[in-house]
Design a protein around this ligand. Structure first.
Ligand code: FES
Ligand SMILES: [Fe+2]
Length: 352
């Protein structure tokens, strides 16, 4: 057995600040572009990026900008503004006006200032799979950060998928507790009886499952719904294995994907505090299904919400236990090898 991350990574508030400073430089998933209105030009969305309010705009390209005026620092748009149509961003204080790429267009009665010196603070913004990704001075491109993942799941039409159901959870656990839990199925037998009936291999810890080929269901089942079947069609370009098996990806730092043959469950983790994480779970479906009058995603939604609540409850139990003075640090059992990746991923960046 190998030692898990030291206790302070889960319970010490100063460690959260240190981690957050590191995470800002990682490409972070902030949501579906279409749900944020950002698939069209002349759009602005106000978002939270690791505790900082930012503006994300589309003027033909995506831009991520600090939500703070370069004049005397007023917030440009309220942090809770809904996505909107805009050609420019005007500060409410003295009306300095910025183009959607962040450049200063106009400062009233101040013709002698150099606009180039007063552009909004710019972050990197990009898209993959239909999701928006933002990073502050990233060390790599988004595709470099994603590594082999896009190739592994290339037959799933991620960019085209549409939201069918969204669940939001405020979980009293460190974000790494949730990611580690996602990354192992040692807990599936004890925690997820319904899921283990759908995928019998889960009941034995998932040790012998060929994860990269996909997880087989019980006889007669082929997707993650309460019954294991549905009348929705599988995604059109899947191979024969993907049409009957389930795949999962943990995309560091904060997007978890569960890929069924006819829907995708995505989880965006937002670390809010050392012991608190907001989780947005979205069930995404093919547009030919969501536009049908008979579309009803509840067969998938009922299963996911049940499994999610089981996971969050046990993660909160872990967080409470880790907070005890009697907790000295955890261990990874052999079938938790993937969880070790989190430790290596995190420590190499914090040290860097
Ligand atoms: S603070 Fe924005 S224009 Fe003055
Ligand atoms: Fe689980």
């Amino acid at each position: 057995m190998e030692a898990a991350l030291p206790r302070e990574h889960y319970v010490d508030a100063p460690m959260f600040v240190r981690e957050r400073d590191m995470l800002r430089h990682e490409w972070t998933c902030l949501g579906r572009l279409d749900e944020l209105g950002l698939t069209e030009r002349d759009r602005v969305a106000v978002l939270d990026f690791h505790g900082e309010s930012i503006l994300v705009t589309n003027d033909g390209s995506l831009h991520a900008l600090g939500n703070v005026c370069r004049h005397r620092g007023s917030q440009l748009m309220p942090a809770d503004s809904p996505p909107c149509v805009a050609k420019a961003i005007r500060c409410p204080y003295h009306s300095w006006t910025y183009a959607l790429d962040g450049s200063l267009m106009h400062a009233p009665h101040a013709d002698d200032i150099d606009p180039a010196a007063f552009a909004l603070t710019s972050l990197a913004a990009d898209s993959w799979g239909g999701w928006l990704w933002v990073a502050e001075s990233p060390r790599t491109t988004l595709l470099e950060q994603l590594g082999p993942i896009p190739e592994r799941i290339k037959r799933y039409p991620l960019t085209d998928l549409k939201l069918g159901l969204r669940f939001e959870y405020d979980v009293r656990a460190n974000w790494k507790v949730i990611a580690e839990n996602y990354n192992e199925c040692y807990h599936c037998g004890p925690v997820h009886p319904e899921l283990s009936r759908l995928v019998p291999a889960f009941a034995s810890g998932g040790r012998d499952i060929p994860w990269e080929d996909g997880v087989p269901h019980r006889e007669g089942a082929w997707t993650f719904t309460m019954s294991g079947t549905t009348d929705r069609a599988p995604f059109p370009d899947l191979d024969e294995h993907e049409r009957v098996k389930h795949k999962g990806e943990l995309i560091y730092p904060n997007l978890l994907l569960s890929l069924s043959a006819e829907h995708v469950a995505s989880y965006i983790l937002e670390p809010l505090a050392i012991d608190r994480t907001r989780i947005t779970c979205e069930l995404l479906f093919h547009p030919t299904e969501t536009t049908k009058g008979t579309f009803d995603p509840s067969d998938a939604g009922d299963l996911w919400d049940l499994v999610n609540r089981q996971d969050w409850a046990i993660c909160e139990s872990v967080q409470r236990g880790m907070s005890s003075r009697y907790f000295q640090g955890g261990w990874y059992a052999p079938m938790e090898d993937d969880s070790l990746d989190i430790r290596r991923w995190l420590l190499s960046r914090l040290e860097g």
